[in-house]
Design a protein around this ligand. Sequence first.
Ligand code: AMP
Ligand code: ZN
Length: 459
Amino acid sequence: MNKDIFLTNSLGNKKEKFIPINEKKIGMYVCGPTVYDDPHIGNARPLVIFDILYKVLKCKFGSKSVRYVRNITDIDDKIIQSSIEKKISISDLTTKVTSNYHDDCKYLKCEKPNDEPKATENISLMINMIEDLIKKNYAYEIKNHVYFEVKKFKDYGKLSNKKLEELIAGSRVEISENKKNPEDFVLWKPSNNNEPYWESPWGKGRPGWHLECSVMSRKYLGDTFDIHAGGVDLVFPHHENEMAQSQCANGLDSFAKIWMHNGFLTIEGEKMSKSIGNIVSVRDLLKENSGETIRLCMLMTHYRQPINWTTKSMKQAKKTLDGWYSSLKEFEGKGQKTEVPKKFIKALADDLNTPRAISILHELSSEQKKRPSQQNRDNLIAAGNLLGFFNFTPQEWFDSNEKNNSSEIDVLVVEKKILERDKAREAGDFSRADKLRNELTKLGVVLEDGPNGTKWRHN
Ligand code: AMP
Ligand code: ZN
């Protein structure tokens, strides 16, 4: 098999041939979740997309040649805020959310990364990097804070393709009277009473978010490595700042060779947000849908494009999987080990072109339907496995569908009705709120109102 892979590099914004630094030791780092709440369907996008990248790299270069690192951010302002709102301790919150996140990964059929470092387990390395940056004159301390002095890094803005003046004018920088310059960002900050803290040369405090990933990627993958990835919202400031810190610390003009970013996911045409109340968690979707269906729905759109997540697209994904599984009914068994069809891997190696790969799966499936043979079936299974499908036998797949279909709950409809009910309650329109509760009861949904909003479960 040839080793050609082409990837779009956000640094330079063009598709380029992937040339590993060392093809026996390929390193990829993906920014993992901040564990303050259960993962939503937008968070699932980088999980699924970069799981495909991991599989493609292993398929081309051998499974022992790739090291996949995905961190867990378990200290952050959002976590502190969420633990106050939910009235539980920070450690209970992060343990619970991390465990739910691992369950989601499992159901979405995402492989475990090779390393999953937690920020709180690497604080001393973070302190070391800050000390080093101060020593090299890239960072300064003011009133127990340490800031990175952006203008000292000549390539600042190269990743997000922005000039420093634009970034400052764009008000996406945190204004603080402590800083020398508005664009400088925090490496260390003091903790207030009751907030978690670590001892440091700058007093009791905690690290800045951007620094965490610079330190954890270096620990496992070295000063420079092959691929760094995450959602497009991370390009600025998170990745821009990571690049600045890391290159100044390592003294090289390179950090990650290729930066990859997945596009944003919206729900029924709207941005997901707490204030709109339309956040759909992976857990909720999994109540009614198989992880494979969610996965396929995610992969029907190219990773760089935005996705509009709809009930309709989920139904389409489910129907497609039913078709594929039904073509596997002829010839039982797991299938013989066979090579992934060349055109299929070629599609994925072309900047993870999953829509094209899916159309090839359609061809393989109809080939098997027209001319059933062990070989055709094996080709379909080998290709599907590379995208994370066919974890069930056709029998298991259709049996579990029957169970799901018997309840026929549409998660997005439920979420919408709950949102309408919340609004009615806020407006004091209790008869409308009761009517909506009754409608949900008829759908087989039980509501549980709590201090953190309304949760629902099956009757
Ligand atoms: P967070 O927990 O907010 O740090 O996000 C974890 C990952 O999910 C990051 O790579 C984000 O870029 C990504 N992400 C968050 N929201 C969305 C969304 N709506 N669409 C796509 N990716 C997202
Ligand atoms: Zn990160």
